[in-house]
Ligand binder design. Structure first.
Ligand code: FDA
Length: 387
């Protein structure tokens, strides 16, 4: 005999567990299915093992989506303070790292334990492959552990990043099959690969401003063996379409040409390398080798034209990219289930009653800093309330 549940949640990750707990606490019978051997694996590895579980100053502007207003309703109905209240109810010690970014003092494992405790009345089936979902009077879910039925199905299997942790396109495939559109997907919050890597600079880090169009982030950048990473790069990567490079200012907060002219005026007898004293040494050496090899011996003889070229190189560097490190290293996927086909109040598909989609599977992608989890909690909560 096929068991009939009120709700089947596909994916025991951040959004799925939140939706399951919320629906079950409101009286629904809920089953959660996941192919992984443990729940919330991405939570466990997040924030360097301490889970940056929210950002206190979360706004719709901190998200990318084809519809920038879509996230507004869910984010307003389940706020960072609501999640923090849950964290405190479970006596999980936390701290604010950078402004607004909240982390566990001890371990991300506490967040998973908290969600499982909240969802304790749900049936949790791990190590379960989902073969197919079809719809008759109810939804029929075929798994390698048998067939079950549910009045509602929640697509919560997340995005495509980190396949070795079990990421899959199940939610995207099922959504497509039920007639929902998919906004183009790509790795986001992802390190960039240089066309001509600079392995000799690996490990060099500095504060930069990274810009794409009107969006810019001032934060750290680190050279890797293959390219560029660090928070400023990860953030701007979400805004780069394929083939596009961000504009990088290696001397943020100052006008590079004015700064170089000042060095020339104040130290006319100095060697040209003095112009780059504000940069980390190894980087300064590399830029000097590239731009100042045939420069005059002292700054007094350095023509303004050369200064302008150097200012362009440090203040407006447009690196030539081979691409990104891809889903293997991306923190999230951008794009996903098209928000035009979902209710922003409930996350239910407009044309498929009983089908819901939440979390990273949906075309709502947060900045670095706790925003992606806040979207998972908020979208999971509003769906759970509507189930
Ligand atoms: P999530 O990925 O959490 O869960 C999906 C679940 O579905 C998983 O349990 C998976 O096993 C399951 N599943 C997938 N395919 C399936 C299939 N075919 N059958 C059955 N089950 C399937 N965000 C943030 O705000 N702060 C942070 O500190 C970090 N840090 C971070 C570090 C790293 C290394 C990564 C990769 C990501 C982050 N993130 C983050 C992003 C954050 O982890 C992510 O946005 C949320 O986990 C998304 O929640 P979801 O529930 O949508 O998917």
């Amino acid at each position: 005999m096929t068991i009939l549940y009120d709700v089947a949640v596909l994916g025991a990750g951040a959004a799925g567990l939140m939706a399951a707990a919320t629906a079950q606490q409101d009286g629904a019978s809920v089953i959660v299915l996941d192919h992984a051997p443990e729940a919330g694996r991405k939570i466990l590895i997040s924030g360097g093992g301490r889970c940056n579980f929210t950002h206190l100053d979360t706004r719709p502007e901190n998200y990318l989506s084809q519809n920038r207003h879509f996230a507004r309703s869910a984010l307003a109905r389940y706020t960072p303070r609501d999640f923090l209240a849950l964290v405190e109810k479970h006596r999980i010690a936390w701290h604010e790292k950078a402004a607004g970014q909240l982390f566990c003092d001890e371990s991300a494992r506490q967040i998973v334990a908290m969600l499982l405790a909240e969802a304790v009345g749900c049936t949790l089936r791990l190590n379960t492959r989902i073969h197919d979902v079809t719809r008759g009077e109810d939804f029929r879910i075929e798994t390698d552990g048998g067939v079950l039925a549910a009045r509602s199905v929640v697509l919560a299997t997340g995005g495509l990043s980190i396949p070795k942790l079990g990421a899959s396109d199940l939610s995207l495939r099922l959504a497509k099959r039920f007639g929902l559109r998919i906004a183009p997907t790509a790795p986001a919050l992802v390190p960039l690969v240089l066309d001509s890597p600079l392995p000799e600079l690996a490990g060099v880090s500095l504060n930069i401003a990274a810009r794409m169009g009107k969006t810019s982030f001032q934060d750290g950048m680190v050279f890797t063996h293959r390219g560029l990473s660090g928070p400023a790069i990860l953030q701007i990567s979400s805004y780069c379409a394929e083939g596009e490079s961000p504009l990088l200012d290696l001397m943020p907060g100052v006008d590079a040409l004015t700064a170089l002219r000042e060095v020339k005026r104040e130290r006319p007898r100095a060697e040209p390398a003095a112009l780059l004293a504000a940069l980390p040494q190894r980087l300064a050496r590399a830029v000097a080798a590239e731009c100042l090899a045939d420069a005059p011996k002292d700054l007094a003889n350095m023509p303004d034209r050369r200064l302008a070229m150097l200012a362009e190189r440090v203040g407006r560097w447009r690196p030539v990219l081979a691409g990104t490190e891809g889903y293997a290293k991306a923190e999230v996927m951008r794009g996903g289930i098209d928000t035009r086909d979902l209710s922003s109040q409930t996350m239910e598909a407009r044309n498929v009653p009983g089908l819901f989609a939440i979390g990273e599977a949906v075309d709502v992608t947060g900045w670095l800093g706790g925003y992606n989890f806040q979207w998972a909690w908020a979208s999971g909560h509003v769906a759970g309330k509507a189930l």
